[in-house]
Ligand binder design. Structure first.
Ligand code: NAD
Length: 384
């Protein structure tokens, strides 16, 4: 049995996503399980090198991850031929220049979304990666959520009949930092000048979710808002919020499905999960959360009658049935990493490439334009 050991440069690994999802729950977890097993019995073993600006943080994180390699010198990591993959989870606006440099160095690329700060930037990365012949991928983690996998199963089985509409509710209250409760998201998220904003953040996700599950997104109308005008940063300093912290978007899909998504960092949760997707079809409906999914078929649909003078005789929440968990579903980030590593070593298909990533940026950019111009925007096929 042979082991393919892959040196993986992890830039931006001290951040929220880098540390929790990509290092500890993905690459370190893959190491702990003995690597990614291939059909021929061989295995792929990731060998990450943690890259960042703060040596003390990197050293501590490296120890936490079983003594991983680390450096503050990206260029030396890129120059080392043992490192064949470059992964980027830095701030969005730093992504494209760093990824371009790694492509230039001949590295295979895997990165967080958005894959660029603009459609042009994201498309340029795709073109560059293609021209250099490196393998490439962008995180599309929501597709690997247990709840969405169950939803996909329902779609594929024809459960819904004709799908009419999709309602996405995403968000939770993000504390401002102005009191004893620390904010749970970084301050750059709320600054336009630092690449923040929920439209750029979330419409990238909604693009691949809609394209893959329901139909290609053909047009978008989006209203953004900056509901909370002031927040406090990591050092406790007050700052003015310049980026959108809520987005109210409607999408028209090929085939006629209407999708509406509310995305907000200024909302309190009274729903099944931080993200819920309700799908209504002629034969039935379903609501998926991060892990669970409930359904209501046509024949079990209650027949409500409007009467505000009576407490409702129907317990609307009780009339749903849970989709069983029939398979073990691993962490989505890890599952996608495993597919990418297989793609790199064996050439197995990996559809979530830089072109798909650029489509997310395109939708976010058109969403921002729709808000600015107070107009519907068509979503043309991406010209790369
Ligand atoms: N897939 C998802 O669900 C998901 C969720 C959240 C964030 N993201 C994406 O991941 C990326 C990182 O987001 P995050 O929430 O982990 O951010 P974060 O602020 O927690 O981490 C940012 C990382 O970039 C590094 N960095 C490099 N140069 C920097 C600079 N000049 N200023 C500040 N930080 C710098 C930081 O040290 C840190 O390691 C973003 O592009 C974001 O869109 C994806």
């Amino acid at each position: 049995m042979a082991t393919h050991t892959l040196g993986i440069i992890m830039n931006g690994v001290t951040g929220r996503m880098g540390t929790n999802q990509h290092l500890m729950r993905s690459l370190y977890a893959i190491q702990q399980q003995g690597g990614v097993r291939l059909d021929d019995g061989n295995a792929i073993l990731p060998d990450p090198v943690l890259v960042g600006r703060n040596a003390a943080k990197l050293e501590a994180l490296a120890a936490q991850a079983g003594g991983a390699r680390w450096t503050t010198d990206l260029d030396s990591a890129l120059a080392d031929s043992h490192n064949t993959i470059y992964f980027d989870a830095q701030l969005t606006r730093l992504r494209a220049p760093a990824v371009a440099k790694a492509i230039e160095a001949g590295k295979d690329i895997y990165c967080e979304k958005p894959s660029g700060a603009s459609t042009e930037e994201a498309c340029a990365l795709y073109r560059w990666a293609k021209a250099k012949g490196v393998r490439h991928g962008v995180v599309q983690d929501k597709l690997f959520l247990p709840g969405l996998i169950k939803l996909k199963l329902l779609i594929d089985s024809g459960f819904f009949g004709q799908i009419l509409s999709v309602r996405g509710e995403f968000g939770y209250w993000v504390f401002t930092g102005g009191d004893a409760i620390p904010p749970q998201r970084p301050s750059w998220n709320y600054k336009q000048e630092e690449g923040g904003g929920i439209i750029m953040d979330m419409l990238c996700h909604w693009r691949y979710v809609l394209d893959n599950l329901f139909g290609l997104v053909r047009s978008v109308s989006c209203l953004g808002a900056t509901h909370v005008p002031q927040r406090w940063d990591e050092q406790g300093r007050a700052y003015a919020c310049t980026a959108d912290d809520a987005a109210y978007a409607t999408f028209l899909l090929e085939g006629g499905i209407v999708a509406q998504f509310n995305s907000s960092w200024c909302v309190r949760v009274r729903r099944d999960d931080l993200l819920t997707l309700q799908v209504d079809g002629t034969h039935g409906s379903a609501v998926a959360g991060l892990r669970g999914c409930v359904l209501q078929p046509y024949a079990a649909t209650p027949r409500p009658v409007w009467n505000p003078d009576l407490d409702s005789p129907i317990d609307f929440r009780a009339d749903w049935m849970a989709v069983p968990t029939n398979q073990v579903i691993d962490n989505g980030f890890k599952a996608q990493w495993e597919l990418f590593l297989k793609h790199v070593v064996t050439g197995a298909p990996f559809p979530y490439d830089l072109r798909e990533g650029a489509k997310g940026v395109q939708l976010a950019e058109l969403g921002l334009r729709s808000w600015r111009e107070r107009a519907w925007m068509d979503v043309p096929d991406l010209q790369v």
